[in-house]
Design a protein around this ligand. Structure first.
Ligand SMILES: Nc1ncnc2c1ncn2[C@@H]1O[C@H](COP(=O)(O)OP(=O)(O)OP(=O)(O)O)[C@@H](O)[C@H]1O
Length: 637
């Protein structure tokens, strides 16, 4: 671990222990040793590959100080903080939001007080939040924004206000009992039962055992008349303002449309030339496409530099939608790196682009926009892709539900009869496939399975706990997507490790959800389960799985298991990883084998898979916790 991180962690511990030097001494935290190597620091669990602090467990140590989040969050790989059963006082500082990678923040059984900082709601990766048995006051921050939150425990505090609208359908545990909450219980919160809401005298509705909610008390007749009069005045004023606004907006639209039409006619030819130039630069660029048989709606179709007309001549870029050829660009959202600058398809057309790779369903290009932002553009092949209407419906549905942090959302899509493009944020850290196999460009691989002996050195850098948490993250997200999109029949359709990308914090994000349709007759959800099973096999064996031809990894694993030399199946890197637990590796292998079962109907669904992987993950976390606090300290990494 780097010196500044070590120093920061020490500052954090000193604040926690109220400068009790015995704590540092007992836990072995000192700058002359490394938290992650040798005997290590007790209460710390590291990523062996990057030698960096991932988890902090400080349980029942009678810590009497407070939380200093600034130094804590200087540990860049930190995902898990559990400081349970101590005597901490003070509050959760707003700087906690700097711990952007946090998935677990567990602080039950302390004396923490004050109100919760609103910045908590920016911890997008948070899965478990537990502040039960403390003395917090005030209202809850808007944690409903955290789409991946699975556990929310805040019982036995002095919190007040209304219960906010969390994403209850995702939550596995929820408890706000014994606080001072009041007002209506959100409908879906009722499913957690009375015990999760009891002891809040002001709550109503949601459950039959709670009193029905009453309409707000009516004002006295005099007040009532006055307030009705006031309300009417506000209403009429509102109508007048609305009318003025509509008129002004219409006038503005007419003027700008005229101006734009003039401008567009001029610019059209220039853009098409640029697009064609980019196409030429790439050999096969984004906008080469086929010669379009459909007319450009703007210019009537000019000739590109190469003589072929660009299909993407834009006639309008009004608010997120640009008509091009027979299709339209729909901008769903803008890259998070820039909230101010809108993504414009025009920029995309001009952007220099390079081919990142080709897959079964199309090619991916990296395009650099003017302001230095990089986007990935997937250009889909015709086969296996739904028609334009269905494609549009799918993209919109997936966008609507796909706000889970484990999904890489599409920024925009373009769709015509001839061409379908989807734009994503470019993920510079590449895919899970790259990480596992240490390969920069997967296109360089032979399209065969590499059976026994086909391992790549790169995989050894990826330790057991990181692989298990990647598996848990992927399946939890996939279970959520399946649940939300089952009624629409939209599965991923092409789930594999090259479609699992790694974000800046190395968290897996599923890309290209819903882009391809599985062959008719096949259950698309069972196909995803199979795809996930193969990802698990890749994580466990470290072997390359490529789509077509060659040996079948699933078959190979099955034969090895049948012949009872199961241990041989695991990646050598995993077996050498001291922190890896072989029993849990076998359990994960069992899950993988269930997922790849040859009969789709016999495979578990993703919810069941997520429960199985989640329980392995919980055992892993529990064992980390107990080893971290055990006296030996030998297992604390
Ligand atoms: N948003 C992105 N950022 C960075 N790299 C990406 C992005 N999207 C895809 N890639 C990479 O581009 C390469 C090609 O991806 P592509 O999806 O076309 O191929 P594939 O996953 O092998 O096959 P399929 O077409 O069946 O999905 C892969 O290495 C993939 O990891």
């Amino acid at each position: 671990e780097q010196e500044d991180v070590k120093n920061s962690l020490l500052i954090f511990l000193r604040a926690l222990s109220a400068n009790d030097s015995r704590v540092e001494h007992d836990l072995g935290w000192n700058t002359s040793t490394d938290p992650c190597s040798g005997v290590g620091w007790k209460g710390i669990n590291c990523n062996q590959r990057t030698n960096s602090t991932r988890r902090i467990f400080l349980h029942d140590l009678q810590l009497r100080g407070s939380i200093d989040a600034g130094p804590l969050c200087r540990a860049p790989s930190l995902v898990f903080v559990s400081i349970t059963g101590n005597n901490l006082h003070g509050g959760i500082p707003p700087e906690i939001s700097e711990c952007t990678g946090l998935t677990h923040l567990l602080l039950p059984g302390n004396r923490l007080s004050g109100s919760l900082p609103s910045s908590l709601s920016t911890l997008n990766n948070l899965k478990k939040f537990d502040i039960s048995d403390n003395r917090f006051v005030g209202t809850l921050p808007d944690v409903g924004r955290i789409s991946g939150l699975l556990v929310f425990l805040a019982q036995n505090n002095n919190l007040s206000g209304e219960i906010p609208q969390l994403q209850f359908s995702n939550l596995q545990q929820f408890n706000v009992s014994h606080n001072r909450f009041y007002g209506p219980v959100p409908a879906e919160a009722g499913r957690f039962g009375l015990s999760s809401l009891a002891g809040n005298s002001g709550l109503c509705g949601g459950l039959p055992s709670l009193p029905a909610c009453q309409p707000p008390p009516s004002a006295s007749p005099g007040e009532k008349q006055g307030s009705q009069h006031g309300e009417k005045l506000v209403m009429y004023l509102g109508y007048v303002l609305l009318g003025v606004a509509i008129l002004a907006f219409s006038a503005f639209k007419v003027i700008t449309r005229k101006k734009r039409t003039k401008r567009m006619v001029k610019k059209e030819k220039k853009e098409e030339a640029a697009a064609a130039a980019m196409a030429i630069e790439q050999g096969e660029g984004l906008s080469t496409s086929k010669k379009s048989s459909t007319g450009s709606m703007g210019s009537g179709g000019g000739q590109g530099a190469g003589g072929s007309r660009s299909e993407f001549s834009i006639s309008s870029t009004s608010e997120g939608s640009a008509e091009m050829g027979s299709g339209s660009l729909v901008v769903l959202r803008n890259p998070s790196t820039s909230t101010t600058k809108e993504l414009k398809f025009r920029e995309l057309l001009k952007a220099p682009a390079v081919l990142v790779g080709r897959g079964r369903h199309g090619s991916v290009y990296k395009a650099m926009l003017d302001d230095g932002r990089a986007v990935a553009v997937k250009r889909l092949k015709d086969g296996g892709v739904p028609g334009p209407e269905e494609f549009r419906r799918r993209m919109e549905r997936v966008d609507h539900v796909g706000r889970h942090s484990g999904v890489l959302p599409a920024l925009a899509f373009y769709c015509s009869n001839q061409e379908k493009l989807v734009v994503y944020e470019y993920q510079a850290r590449g895919s899970l496939f790259n990480l596992l196999h240490g390969i920069v460009n997967p296109c360089a691989l032979p399209r065969t399975y590499m059976a026994a002996g086909g391992q790549n050195n790169g995989q050894q850098a990826f330790d057991w706990s990181s692989r298990l948490s990647a598996a848990a993250g992927i399946c939890e997200c996939l279970a959520y997507m399946h649940q939300e999109l089952h009624g629409d029949g939209i599965a991923h359709g092409s789930l594999k490790s090259s479609n699992v990308l790694l974000d800046d914090h190395m968290h897996p994000r599923i890309s290209e959800y819903g882009l391809s349709t599985v062959s008719i007759g096949e259950d698309p959800f069972a196909a995803d389960v199979h795809g996930f099973g193969v990802i698990l096999l890749e994580l466990l064996t470290g072997k390359v799985v490529e789509g077509s031809g060659g040996l079948d990894l699933a078959q190979w694993v099955n034969s090895v298991v049948r012949e009872e030399w199961t241990g041989e199946v695991f990646d050598g890197g995993l077996l050498r990883d001291e922190s890896a637990n072989v029993e849990r590796m076998f359990r994960l292998l069992q899950v993988a084998l269930k997922c790849i079962g040859s009969s789709p109907g016999a495979r578990p669904d993703m919810k069941q898979v997520a429960a199985m992987v989640g329980s392995i993950m919980e055992d892993e976390e529990r064992s980390c916790t107990s080893s971290a606090v055990s006296d030996t300290g030998g297992d604390s990494r």
